[in-house]
Write a protein that binds this ligand. Structure first.
Ligand SMILES: Cc1ncc(COP(=O)(O)O)c(C=O)c1O
Length: 451
C-alpha cells in the first residue's frame, strides 16, 4: 500500500505507546480477566469513577439544542461560564480576569498541543524542554509540526530551581550555533513524570511544582530571546501533601504572575484540561483548554466576513479561533455538557476534589509503604497521581547497555502482568527509573506492585 512521504517518519515504534496500547487491549479484571495486564503505567485516575457516574446519572440534562454544530464550537455558553469560574478561582488565581475570549476549547490537550506547535512554530524550529518530560510532548511537537525537541539535561541540579534556567539558556545558544531557530520553551507544572535525580547525592525536597521565582526566570528568558513560553498545567487540580512532603511548594500558575515588566503577554500560553482530574479520558469527554492573553499575531481581516470579525473580540485575542484547522479539533458538545454540569454545580467539584485528594494521599501512602518495604528508592511526589521509582538495581541481571537492560526489565515486568512507564518513554537521562501511577483500586495496586 502506498502511503504518503509525510507519514514515513511516523512509522517507527513508540516507547510510550507500544506497551500502553498492549496494556489497554488486555486489561486486568479480578473475575473476567485475572491474567490481564495491570496498568500502573498510564496517567489516568479511576479513584472517583463511581462518584462521577452517580453524579452524572442524577444531574445530566440534555437540552435539544445540544445537537447542533454551534453547541460544539464555539461551544455551550454554560461551559464557558463554568470554565471562567474555575480559572478565576483560587487554584489559578489569575493576575488578569479570565474571560470567554481567553478560552480556546479543543477535544483534549493532545490535540491542543499539536495545534499550538503547528500554529506557533515552523518545521525545523527548536522547542526547549527539560528531561525527563511527559512522553507525549515529543510526538506532539514533532509528528505533524516537524518541530525539533531540544531536550535539556538537568542531571545533578534541581530542575525546579533558578539554576536550571541557565541550562535552558545554554542549550538555546548551542542550538542557535547549529542553525536551529528556537521558538518555544515548554514547562509542565505540576511536573509529569517528576524531574528529580538522586545522582551526585542531590535530592530535591520541594516536590514538583515550579516555585514562582523560577517561573519568573523562565519568563525573563523567553522575553530575552523572544520565544513562546508554554505552561502545561494539566495537573493543577491534583496537588496534595504527604508525609514525605508535608509542606509542598504551592502550585503557581503562569496565569497568576503579572506579566508587566517581565514578558510580552502574547508569548505566554497556558494549557489545562480535565482529563487528569477525574476519570475523563474517554474520548468523548476529553476537553483541552488554551488560556492565553493578548495575541500579537495580527491577521488582515479587512476582506473577511463580518462573522469572522465578530469572532475576534477586538482583533487581538485568540488567533486560532478563526483558523480553518480549528475544525480538526472541535470538541463534542456532549463532552461540553458533561463538564458544564460539573463546573456549574454549586458544590460538586469542590467536594470531588477534596475526596480525590484524600484518596490520592491514601494510595500514595500504600504505594510508598510497599516500595520502602522492598528498599526501592523513589522520588517523593505531591501532585498528579504517580511517582518516579528507581528499579535500576533489578536490571543488573540483564546483558547490554543500560537502555537494553531497561527494555529487558520492562519486557519482564510486562510478561509478569504489570505495565509501568519507562525512563526511555519519558526522555529520562538515567535508565532504570519507572513511573508508577497509583490512582487505582487498592487491591489492584497491591497486586500490580506484587507482580
Ligand atoms: C503533561 C501532559 N500534558 C498533556 C497530556 C494529554 O492530555 P489529554 O488526555 O487531555 O490529551 C498528558 C496526558 O498524560 C500529560 O501528562
Amino acid at each position: 500500500m502506498m502511503l504518503s512521504q509525510r507519514i514515513q517518519a511516523n512509522l517507527k515504534p513508540s516507547p510510550m505507546f507500544d506497551f500502553m496500547s498492549r496494556a489497554i487491549s488486555n486489561p486486568y479484571h479480578p473475575s473476567a480477566n485475572p491474567n490481564g495486564i495491570i496498568s500502573l503505567g498510564i496517567a489516568e485516575n479511576s479513584l472517583m469513577a463511581q462518584s462521577l457516574a452517580t453524579f452524572l446519572s442524577q444531574n445530566l440534562r440534555i437540552p435539544p439544542g445540544l445537537f447542533s454544530y454551534g453547541a460544539s464550537c464555539p461551544g455551550l455558553a454554560s461551559l464557558y461560564q463554568g470554565l471562567c469560574k474555575l480559572y478565576n478561582g483560587e487554584t489559578f488565581d489569575p493576575a488578569v480576569e479570565v474571560e470567554n475570549a481567553h478560552l480556546y476549547v479543543t477535544a483534549g490537550c493532545t490535540t491542543l498541543l499539536d495545534q499550538i506547535f503547528w500554529t506557533l512554530c515552523d518545521k525545523g524550529d527548536g522547542v526547549l524542554i527539560g528531561r525527563p518530560c511527559y512522553g507525549g510532548f515529543v510526538p506532539d511537537m514533532s509528528v505533524r509540526s516537524g518541530c525539533v525537541p531540544i531536550l535539556v539535561s538537568l542531571k545533578g541540579i534541581d530542575p525546579f530551581s533558578e539554576d536550571a534556567v541557565v541550562r535552558y539558556e545554554e542549550d538555546l545558544l548551542e542550538a542557535q550555533k547549529r542553525g536551529v531557530k528556537v521558538r518555544m520553551l515548554v514547562l509542565c507544572t505540576p511536573h509529569n513524570p517528576l524531574g528529580q535525580y538522586l545522582t551526585n547525592g542531590f535530592r530535591c525536597a520541594n516536590g514538583r511544582c515550579y516555585p514562582r521565582e523560577t517561573m519568573v526566570e523562565f519568563m525573563k528568558l523567553c522575553q530575552k530571546y523572544q520565544i513562546h513560553l508554554l505552561s502545561d498545567e494539566i495537573y493543577a487540580l491534583t496537588t496534595f501533601a504527604t508525609r514525605d512532603i508535608p509542606n509542598p511548594t504551592p502550585f503557581t500558575s503562569l496565569l497568576s504572575i503579572d506579566k508587566v515588566g517581565i514578558i510580552d503577554p502574547s508569548l505566554c500560553h497556558v494549557i489545562h484540561g480535565l482529563s487528569k482530574v477525574s476519570p475523563f479520558p474517554i474520548h468523548e469527554i476529553i476537553l483541552g483548554f488554551l488560556l492565553q492573553w493578548h495575541s500579537s499575531v495580527h491577521v488582515d481581516i479587512s476582506s473577511q466576513s463580518r462573522l469572522f470579525k465578530s469572532y475576534q473580540h477586538n482583533s487581538v485575542y485568540l488567533y486560532p479561533t478563526y483558523l480553518m484547522s480549528r475544525m480538526f479539533s472541535w470538541p463534542s458538545s456532549m463532552a461540553g455538557l458533561v463538564l458544564s454540569t460539573i463546573l456549574n454545580h454549586p458544590t460538586y467539584l469542590t467536594d470531588f476534589l477534596k475526596q480525590n485528594r484524600k484518596l490520592l494521599v491514601d494510595r500514595y501512602t500504600l504505594c510508598t509503604n510497599i516500595l520502602k518495604a522492598h528498599s526501592i528508592a523513589y522520588m517523593p511526589s505531591n501532585a498528579g497521581f504517580f511517582l518516579w521509582a528507581d528499579l535500576s538495581p533489578s536490571m543488573a541481571i540483564y546483558e547490554g547497555t543500560p537502555l537494553e537492560q531497561e527494555r529487558a526489565l520492562n519486557k519482564r515486568l510486562f510478561e509478569g502482568g504489570v505495565h509501568l512507564a519507562t525512563s526511555e518513554a519519558f526522555q529520562g537521562e538515567e535508565y532504570g527509573w519507572f513511573r508508577i501511577s497509583f490512582s487505582v483500586d487498592e487491591n489492584v495496586l497491591e497486586l500490580g506492585l506484587k507482580r
